[in-house]
Every structure is written in structure tokens, then in C-alpha cells.
Design a protein around this ligand. Structure first.
Ligand code: ATP
Ligand code: MG
Length: 258
């Protein structure tokens, strides 16, 4: 979505330009019936953490991105789960990642509606995606509640590694319990999703996804043992601790300012 398409004019030198453009994509996503209203609130929660983290990719996030790329590349059947926020924020990058990993995109919504699923499907195709799967009533993940238990038989149902950026904690926990490995992007290192996932990228999806595409591309030519070693040396607990310390340092510094 270009700035023109999103009906906003934000001055080039506005200090919160990127943040405002990102918001504009989401509000336009709501107008187009792709993003849910609840998605706007979820984004607001993410923004607060991003503000505290200085709106930049920290070292702990860069390490998690590297490990995530390695895990995707060693996976037998990786699948990329897409919701209404991710679809409007990073559609081209989702398509590029899907291409590099030879992994399908699959629409799965917290606030499910067939109409919105189809809109997201079409939106992704118009941004270069080649394969976008939709949930099917005959394929069910028993560990999940609600409509989200319906998945695609060629996608999430068969997956061993699943990418669920901006995810709700219940679903992340259920996917882990089902024996799958889960990679997430979540600006809140204290959320249930962040704490349950196998790999947690604590960064804004608009910065993290281009980096992830880049790292997946670069590591695709590496040997299996290089990828395995990368994964062996990665510790998600350290990522979460470092992210939490970074947040606490900012809050502490603000509290002790004269
Ligand atoms: P949980 O259910 O995991 O405990 P939650 O209920 O606080 O988390 P949800 O609304 O279920 O939050 O999930 C949205 C998550 O995505 C939040 O943790 C929010 O910080 C994060 N988030 C929102 N927008 C972005 C973004 N653009 N980039 C990265 N993370 C984001
Ligand atoms: Mg939640």
C-alpha cells in the first residue's frame, strides 16, 4: 500500500513518520475489510513496547532473526500463518519469505470470518504471493479452541515449524503442545506468546520481516551442520531476559531523571 493509497499525508520530517505510516496501513486495512478493529488495539499495545525499545532492532532481536531463519531452513514443512495485521503491514515480505522457504502462506484469524479470510488471500496474491491457503472444516487441530482450530490439510495441519507473528498466547501454547516448533514476532517479551514460543523475535514486524527475508536468503546456501550449530547456540531464554532488561533500563532511567 503506498502513502497515496492510504489517504494520509505525513510530512517527510515528522519525527514519528514511520510509526504514523504504519498506523495508516492498519486503518486502511480496516477500511478494506482485511484488518479487524481489535487488530488496531493489539498494534497499540505493540507500539508502547516499541517506543520503550527505541523503535530499533536490538541485538537480541537480530540473534533471534538469525536463529529463526536457520530453523525455517531445517524444517521439513514450515508454514507461515497470516492474520489481518501482518497481511497489511508486510505483504511483500511474507510473499518473499514463502518463496525462499518454499513454504505456503496460510490465513488463520482470531476474529474469523470467511469474507475477511478471502480478502486477505486476495491481498497477498496481489502482492506477489503464489500460494495462500485457507482453513478447511475437515482439518482440525484438537489442541486448539475456537474457529482457529480449523486449518488447511496441506498447510498448518502437516507443519512441523510454524511462523505465527503477532499471535495470541492461547494459540501459541496449543501449537507448542501439539509438538510443533513456533517462531513468533512480538514486541512484548512478557506476553504468553513471547514466553511460550521456540524462538521469539522482540521487534516490530515492519523492521523484523525484511531482515528475516534477508537472513533466510543468505543462510539458504549454508550446510545443514552450520544451520544446526546456529540453532544449538541459540537460547530463547537469554533473548527474553535481555529484552526485559532493556525495557526495565528505559523505565528506570525515566524514573530517575531530574
Ligand atoms: P498474549 O496473548 O500472548 O499474552 P496479549 O494478549 O498481550 O498477548 P495479543 O493481542 O494476544 O496480546 O497479541 C498481540 C501481540 O502482538 C502483543 O504482545 C503486541 O505487543 C504484539 N504486537 C502488536 N503489534 C506488533 C508489531 N507491529 N510488531 C510486533 N509485535 C506487535
Ligand atoms: Mg492475547
Amino acid at each position: 500500500m503506498t502513502e497515496q493509497e492510504s489517504h494520509v499525508e505525513i510530512p517527510q520530517n515528522h519525527p514519528r513518520r514511520v510509526s504514523l505510516l504504519t498506523r495508516a496501513k492498519l486503518t486502511e486495512g480496516v477500511r478494506q475489510g482485511i484488518t479487524s478493529l481489535d487488530g488496531l488495539l493489539a498494534h497499540g499495545r505493540g507500539e508502547a513496547f516499541d517506543y520503550l525499545l527505541g523503535e530499533r532492532t536490538r541485538d537480541f532481536a537480530a540473534r533471534a532473526i538469525e536463529a529463526a531463519a536457520a530453523l525455517f531452513l531445517v524444517a521439513k514443512r514450515p508454514v507461515i500463518s497470516v492474520n489481518g495485521n501482518t497481511a497489511v503491514l508486510v505483504p511483500q515480505e511474507l510473499a518473499a519469505l514463502s518463496e525462499i522457504l518454499d513454504s505456503p502462506l496460510e490465513v488463520n484469524l482470531f476474529h474469523a470470518s470467511r469474507e475477511r479470510e478471502v480478502r486477505i488471500h486476495d491481498h497477498l496474491l496481489s502482492h506477489g504471493a503464489r500460494q495462500v491457503l485457507l482453513p478447511e472444516r475437515e482439518f482440525v487441530l484438537p489442541s486448539l479452541q475456537s474457529n482457529r482450530r480449523f486449518v488447511n490439510g496441506r498447510g498448518i495441519y502437516q507443519s512441523d515449524v510454524i511462523f505465527v507473528p503477532l499471535e495470541d498466547g492461547d494459540r501459541c501454547e496449543a501449537l507448542i503442545q501439539s509438538g510443533r516448533k513456533v517462531i513468533t514476532i512480538d514486541l512484548n517479551p512478557l506476553s504468553r506468546t513471547a514466553r511460550t514460543a521456540s524462538i521469539t523475535i522482540v521487534d516490530n514486524i515492519v523492521r523484523a520481516l525484511p531482515l528475516l527475508v534477508d537472513r533466510a536468503q543468505a543462510l539458504a546456501s549454508e550446510s545443514r551442520s552450520t544451520l544446526d550449530n546456529l540453532l544449538k547456540s541459540y537460547d530463547n531464554g537469554s533473548t527474553l531476559r535481555e529484552a526485559e532488561i532493556a525495557l526495565r533500563e528505559v523505565v528506570h532511567a525515566a524514573g530517575s531523571a531530574p
